[in-house]
Design a protein around this ligand. Structure first.
Ligand SMILES: Nc1ncnc2c1ncn2[C@@H]1O[C@H](COP(=O)(O)OP(=O)(O)OP(=O)(O)O)[C@@H](O)[C@H]1O
Ligand SMILES: [Mg+2]
Length: 355
């Protein structure tokens, strides 16, 4: 077998709340909280969850150890999010998290990869180049399972690292899964945990003036509801405590031992935040030439689950689409970018094989 046919295509979406990695054929999926933390030594082997993914510790070349993902979330005293307000915070931390997560894709001790990944739409070009350079090349990854103490050394080489605006993953995924051969004119609205990214594709080109981002997101929704409840009840509820309730659609929350019904407040802020996102979208689309015709609006990211229905209606009221059915939501909006990136990386491998 030639070396090339051993190369694996991996798609990576570094989100504010969740880092997602998708492997060949979309078969293997790794999702970890986007957190890196300091190690916190403790009792080993007592917990029931001994999986590598939830007990990931990485040692960098300079000998420093880091807890990554779920282990950092649960056990680190000091933890750092990889991104904030939809922007990458530290490239070094991002690379630590990606390396640790990649270790789950190597069965033997060696692996060759082509990686495609996304950065926020508003990221400057040099940030894309730095991320690409930081990931490319041969590396040795030293990981340990904090629950069992087991250690692994993995050697891998990233032959190529393609970096693009994050929403492009969902665009590619929708095109490929619908069997579309041409570059459809579309706008992708990715409502994430920390920001909403908007990317417009017109005549196959990424339109810079019609793309951008706003802070309105799941986090803003949680902040508004929390602040409203704090005023109503005089008790303190922190926004992040609400995110799980929003995610599972729970309408009753416990504040200092008492139950409160948040359904009205939730609907109110879902509507007002969706309005702000559509306003921004209309302004961005206003920069397109008058002959531009947007065929599809693709609504993606975890926020599509929360804001989807309202977004479909106001996009129709604002004449961005003619009917709510023209708004497309991928099958798995949280994973759609990573799935699309995986397919982009795969297409690179396939085109090299043909040559
Ligand atoms: N099924 C769901 N229903 C409602 N909310 C969900 C669902 N799944 C995920 N979420 C919420 O969506 C958010 C995660 O979405 P996503 O993975 O798109 O964000 P991200 O990529 O981490 O953030 P960003 O794109 O802003 O960097 C989380 O806040 C989560 O609570
Ligand atoms: Mg995202």
């Amino acid at each position: 077998m030639s070396k090339k046919s051993d190369t694996k295509a991996i798609g990576i979406d570094l989100g504010t709340s969740i880092t997602k990695l998708v492997g060949p054929g979309g078969k293997k999926i790794v999702k970890i909280p986007s957190l890196v933390g300091d190690p916190n030594p403790g009792w080993k082997g007592l917990g029931t969850d001994k999986s590598w993914l939830n007990n990931l510790m990485l040692q960098t070349d300079d000998g420093k150890k880091y807890f990554v993902g779920e282990l950092a979330r649960l056990q680190s005293e000091i933890k750092r999010p990889l991104a904030d307000k939809g922007k990458m915070k530290s490239l070094k931390d991002a690379i630590i998290a990606i390396k640790a997560a990649l270790s789950n894709f190597v069965e033997k001790d060696y692996g060759n990869f082509i990686v495609a990944t996304g950065v926020p739409v508003a990221s400057p070009q040099d940030e894309m180049v730095t991320l690409s350079k930081g990931l490319k090349g041969a590396m040795t990854i030293n990981v340990a399972n904090d629950a069992t103490g087991e250690e692994k050394q993995i050697n891998l080489k990233i032959d190529q690292c393609l970096v693009m605006p994050v929403c492009y993953g969902s665009y590619y995924e929708i095109l490929k899964s619908s069997g579309e051969q041409r570059a459809v004119d579309a706008v992708v609205v990715d409502i994430g945990a920390g920001a909403t990214n908007i990317l417009t594709v017109y005549e196959g080109r990424l339109m810079r003036t019609a793309s951008g981002s706003v802070q309105e997101s799941i986090t803003t929704l949680a902040e508004r509801i929390a602040s409203n409840l704090n005023q109503q009840t005089g008790k303190i509820l922190r926004p992040f405590e609400l995110i799980k309730s929003i995610e599972i659609g729970r309408k009753n929350v416990m504040i200092a031992g008492e139950q409160y019904d948040i359904s009205e407040t939730l609907t109110y802020y879902v509507n007002s935040i969706a309005d702000i996102i559509v306003d921004e979208l209309s302004t961005l689309l206003g920069t397109l030439p008058p002959d531009a015709w947007i065929e599809k609006v693709i609504l993606t990211g975890g926020g599509a689950e929360v804001f989807g229905e309202r977004m479909k209606n106001i996009l129709t009221e604002n004449n961005v689409v003619q009917s709510p059915e023209e708004v497309i939501v991928p099958e798995d909006p949280v994973l759609a970018n990573a799935i699309g990136f995986q397919k982009i990386a795969q297409a690179q491998i396939d085109s090299k094989k043909k040559k």
